[in-house]
Design a protein around this ligand. Structure first.
Ligand SMILES: [Zn+2]
Length: 477
């Protein structure tokens, strides 16, 4: 997609995985529990209740601020953002407004034209509202129920400058951000709704459109791609792109204008009277960061000899990086190729995460490849067998066992020599063609031997063997 004139900025809400909520002691782990069982007067906003800041939330947010190279403000405070919405029974949300936790950072991404920094405008802390549960469809439901288990869950909002130039860059930014948050151990990307995105998008010299509430990584790229095409078409027809808020309908892959007036909130902010300003900048020096994706990528290249491409892929998620380090000891190069190029593809195809692959099985596979017991083709077959067994809820077999059961060991020695001679005897015309100097005839003969041994021979080795045998024949004539 053309990108010279595309301007994209993101606002990302990330759920911090602390044990308790932002302003009370209620547990944040309510996944399988009944609605409204993780609530108290504070997160319900009952009269007379007093919020107390969860120190862990501020620490987590500061880890993020530091990792994104932000400046933590000397003093930050909380405000009330006043608006009426059914899932916000106190009619205000506690958030940071004038003085957020941190400002002016950056995150490096692999851009359309090489690596570059995307600037971070600010990071602030806020509470999540509750959740509306529509009984029936949104427009035709009889009634709506409210679940406050989510009310008060700690969020950070990360706002970028409009530095992104394409939907693909936006997706890369989000992937890098997710990896960074995972490495910091402040975020669980597998939790539903753990990351929500609003995107600002415009074409140079044209009106700015805000697309609200995109809740998946793929959705961001889809929504932006749709929006760019829509805006280009508006301009092509000689019309003006209206400055507006739109919603992304994930199922249909389109954005639609928010027609109703009630969507255009007129927020009123004022300082939260129940919370004192916080002096936070002194904490920053005490916060120790773990190894982050960029540093780990460099180390993978140094320590394991990974290519830049492999190192980038393998450090793209904490669990993936740890999986690789666990299996690299067999053969770092083979393990990198087989994790990044083969395993990830097979996992994606089945919608699996890296957790499902038992490292012991993978190590066994790499060992078989390293000892030249199996061909790459058989290696892929073994990988698929294991993942299919897992998908079927069965206990996966060890690769060594699969090799024995399916007879996948590379053929060699006498067995293969016999097959080569058989194929030569059975195909006089291609043999004559080869002797007449027609190159493709050899490929045909290699193919015939491969067929005979069901792919268990190494094509390169076969090439040499066939050539030797054919040249011998010609010498005799
Ligand atoms: Zn509570």
């Amino acid at each position: 997609m053309e990108h010279e004139d595309v301007i994209i900025g993101l606002e990302i809400h990330c759920q911090l995985n602390t044990k308790s909520k932002l302003f009370c002691g209620c547990s944040t782990d309510f996944r399988d529990d009944e609605p409204n069982t993780h609530t108290c007067p504070v997160c319900l906003g009952l009269p007379g209740s007093m919020p107390v800041v969860n120190k862990k939330v501020i620490e987590f947010a500061m880890r993020v601020a530091k990792a994104l190279n932000c400046t933590v403000l000397k003093e930050c405070d909380f405000s009330r953002k006043n608006y009426f919405y059914p899932d916000l029974n106190k009619a205000y949300q506690i958030t940071q407004y004038d003085r957020p936790l941190a400002e002016w950072g950056k995150l490096m991404i692999e851009g359309e034209d090489g690596e570059r920094d995307i600037r971070i405008t600010r990071i602030h802390v806020e509470e999540d509202p509750g959740r509306s549960v529509h009984m029936g469809t949104t427009d035709r439901g009889k009634y709506t129920l409210i679940d406050y288990n989510r009310a008060g869950i700690p969020l950070i909002e990360i706002v970028t400058e409009p530095d992104l130039r394409s939907p693909k860059e936006a997706r890369r930014f989000l992937n890098k951000l997710r990896a960074t948050l995972e490495y910091l151990n402040v975020f669980d990307s597998e939790k539903e709704g753990s990351l929500r995105v609003d995107a600002n998008i415009s074409l140079k010299g044209s009106g700015r459109v805000e697309v609200k509430n995109i809740s998946s990584y793929k959705g961001v790229e889809k929504a932006l791609t749709f929006e760019i095409t829509r805006q280009r078409n508006v301009i092509r027809r000689g019309q003006v792109v209206a400055r507006e808020t739109r919603h992304f309908l994930e199922a249909r892959g389109v954005t639609t204008s928010s027609r109703s007036k009630e969507e255009e909130n007129d927020y009123r902010y004022f300082p939260e009277p129940d919370l004192m300003p916080m002096q936070v900048s002194d904490w920053v020096d005490g916060i120790k960061l773990p190894e982050l994706p960029d540093a780990r990528r460099e180390r993978f290249m140094q320590q394991y000899g990974c290519s830049l491409e492999h190192a980038r892929t393998l450090t793209g998620g904490l669990k993936l990086a740890e999986f690789y380090e666990g299996v690299a000891k067999t053969d770092a190069g083979l393990a990198a190729t087989w994790t990044a190029d083969y395993l990830l593809g097979e996992l994606n195809y089945r919608d699996f995460s890296i957790d499902v692959m038992p490292p012991a099985h993978f190590i066994d596979l790499i060992t078989l490849l390293k000892s030249d017991t199996i061909t790459d083709k058989s290696g892929v077959e073994i990988l698929r067998t294991i993942l299919d067994q897992i998908k079927a809820g069965e206990k996966p077999e060890m690769p060594t066992k699969i090799v024995a059961r399916l007879g996948l060991a590379k053929t060699g020695g006498d067995e293969i020599s016999t097959m080569v001679r058989e194929v030569i005897a059975e195909n006089p015309q291609p043999v004559a063609d080869y002797h007449a100097g027609k190159g493709p005839a050899l490929n045909f003969l290699v193919g015939q031997v491969m067929k005979k041994c069901r792919g268990r021979a190494d094509p390169g080795h076969l090439n040499v063997l066939l050539r030797e045998e054919l040249d011998k024949l010609q010498g005799v004539e």
